[in-house]
Write a protein of this length. Structure first.
Length: 604
């Protein structure tokens, strides 16, 4: 190997370490993309997607406004479509710009190749990538190469007889979905990296799989909403903050580079959802300043500079759209299908002749007042046990919401969406031990995760439950944090000593349990709502068993770790089974991207 080739390999290895941590993290990333591809449907599941897809079309044409309606109704009256000075603008520009390179690449490839085969080939390539990376990480390089190549060839070959023509009009939508799946896979990688540094690779890998496939993130992985992006950005903030505090364990100061990185990620979050970014920033300040108050000038300059630099895209976008650098698209006038006289629309702040300072202060006051209003109304939910029960424990049938969901009870509560949450039943006893100064030591990272979880719940409780939530999607970004909390429990980590038991319980629940759900639904002629509620009840049973095991293990001091491994595997598998079955059978929107899976879905 020449010196140039060695240098190139070294740079590539360095890039892989920066992105994935190590070979196992790389294998996890590729494997998650392969799994997401299995149930990837090219279509629109929720009407907000029309707005984001049309926005991407406009940005790809070289401008921020929407001038061509390629998706949804020709009237362009879709959720999230805004109007300023006679022009239409979308939202979630952070996700749009993330998908833009994907769109350009697909357009270029589509000019010389069949895009359907390209997509199937990319999916098969993730299987090869998984095998190669896993073999390298586990010291079984030859075996990994062979298994990866065999699975990739099989995955590509079985799809050839079923491959149909690709609809080029869906290219922007496909690009958004691919970018969202990458964000969802990064959720698993970031959990892996965080908990590998906190404990070991075994804990990190289990948490990475659970965070991406055993939480609602898996359901929304190929649906181009903000949820996967926000979850990834929150975990990136958590990871950077954790890295910044590692040196403090030996009596050192926080690492300024990772401290700045945490604030930079928060600033970038504004381009996806400004209100959530503000809550994340407040949480970071509480955890950062609350655990280390000594700040030198150099740190202030480094952190502040990184934050302002990363905030640049948000400020530029807002200024270009509304003329107000801190007014995000979500706060613009909604488009109702009517333009003002002479072709103009409702004029935003860009038409106001006031000083910039007055404009900014007025907008900041409006944002704070609105957020405080949300938080105050959410506090009122805490004195409504029935509503809390419906949001967090048992959703069931709600006539008002079902009327907007086609008459079906197709939403799950938080616990029904993620039975693994029942493992946190041990937290109250742990808090008692912490107050008595025993066993548990809370970290700054715990404080950041807990504060963000509390603030996000307060932001959205006043609006929940809603229709079209399916898995309480507004809280999806905190559910991977629940996996982090589970991994912090020693009683849960000890279950990982029974890795085969845990893995077989998980896979058995997904493969066998998933088939049982399909057979029951098809054979009994269940409606979509009845099928979803069957999942809900089974998930609650699994959650109840897991909660009893955790409490028993804590109270009696007898872990029963093998039993616990089975409980964790089954509860995680129930969520994954719901994700797979629901996307193939219950909610068959659009066409599944993998032809053989589409053929199977059509048979059902």
């Amino acid at each position: 190997m020449t010196e140039v080739e060695q240098e190139s390999d070294g740079r590539l290895a360095g890039l892989r370490r920066s992105l994935f941590g190590d070979g196992l993290g790389e294998a996890l990333f590729a494997g998650l993309l392969f799994v997401f591809g299995v149930y990837w449907a090219v279509g629109v599941f929720i009407t907000d997607t029309y707005t984001v897809a049309n926005t991407l079309v406009g940005v790809a044409d070289g401008h921020l406004y929407v001038d061509r309606i390629e998706y949804g109704p020709e009237s362009a009256v879709t959720p999230g479509m805004n109007v300023v000075d006679g022009r239409l603008y979308g939202r979630n520009y952070g996700t749009v710009f993330a998908a833009l390179p994907v769109l350009y690449v697909l357009r270029a490839v589509g000019a010389v190749a069949d895009l359907r085969l390209v997509l199937v080939g990319l999916w098969a390539a993730t299987a090869l990538w998984t095998g190669v990376a896993a073999g390298r990480a586990l010291g079984r390089r030859r075996l990994g190469d062979r298994v990866g190549a065999a699975v990739a060839l099989l995955a590509f070959g079985v799809n050839l007889p079923f491959a149909a023509d690709f609809d080029p009009s869906t290219l922007a939508l496909v690009s958004l979905q691919m970018a969202t799946m990458v964000a969802a896979a990064l959720v698993g990688v970031l959990l892996y990296r965080l908990l590998t540094r906190t404990y070991d690779r075994r804990t990190g890998f289990a948490a990475g799989v659970a965070g991406a496939l055993c939480t609602p993130v898996g359901f929304w992985a190929s649906i181009p909403k903000r949820h996967a992006f926000v979850a990834a950005l929150v975990l990136a903030t958590l990871y950077c903050f954790h890295r910044s505090r590692e040196g403090m364990d030996e009596g050192g100061a926080p690492d300024a580079r990772f401290r700045a990185g945490a604030y930079a990620v928060v600033a970038l979050t504004t381009t996806v959802h400004a209100a959530i970014a503000l809550l994340l920033c407040c949480s970071l300040l509480v955890a950062d300043v609350g655990t280390h108050r000594e700040v030198d000038r150099r740190t202030v300059v480094t952190v502040g500079g990184a934050f302002l630099l990363a905030l640049g895209p948000f400020l530029v976008l807002n200024t270009a759209i509304s003329g107000n650098p801190i007014r995000p698209p979500r706060m613009l006038p909604r488009f109702d299908g009517e333009l003002a006289t002479g072709g103009g629309a409702v004029v935003g702040d860009s038409g106001s002749h006031v000083s910039l300072a007055t404009l900014l202060l007025g907008q900041l006051e409006s944002i704070v007042r609105r957020l405080v209003g949300y938080l105050v109304r959410s506090l009122g939910v805490f004195v409504d046990p029935g509503r809390l029960y419906e949001i967090f424990v048992r959703g069931g049938y709600n006539a008002e919401l079902a009327a907007e969901d086609g008459g079906e009870a197709v939403r799950l509560s938080v616990l029904e969406s993620m039975p693994l949450l029942a493992g946190l039943a041990a937290v109250p006893s742990l808090l008692g031990e912490w107050r008595r100064g025993r066993t548990l030591r809370f970290t700054p990272t715990d404080l950041l995760a807990g504060t963000y979880t509390l603030l996000l719940c307060l932001l959205y409780l006043q609006a929940l439950p809603l229709h079209a939530m399916v898995t309480v999607r507004y809280l999806a970004s905190v559910m991977p944090l629940a996996v982090y909390a589970l991994a912090r429990l020693s009683v849960v980590r000890r279950c990982l000593d029974h890795g085969w038991t845990l893995g077989l319980s998980y896979l058995g629940t997904v493969l066998v349990g998933g088939q049982l759900f399909v057979l029951t639904s098809v054979a009994s002629g269940m409606s979509v709502g009845e099928s979803v509620q069957l999942h809900a009840l089974v998930n609650l049973v699994g959650a109840g068993v897991l909660a009893m095991w955790v409490l028993s293990a804590r109270m009696r001091g007898d872990d029963w770790t093998r039993v616990g491994a089975v409980g964790l595997g089954v509860c995680g598998g129930l969520t994954t089974a719901f994700v797979l079955v629901s996307r193939v059978l219950y909610f068959p929107f659009g066409e599944l991207a993998i032809p053989v899976v589409q053929a199977f879905s059509s048979l059902l």
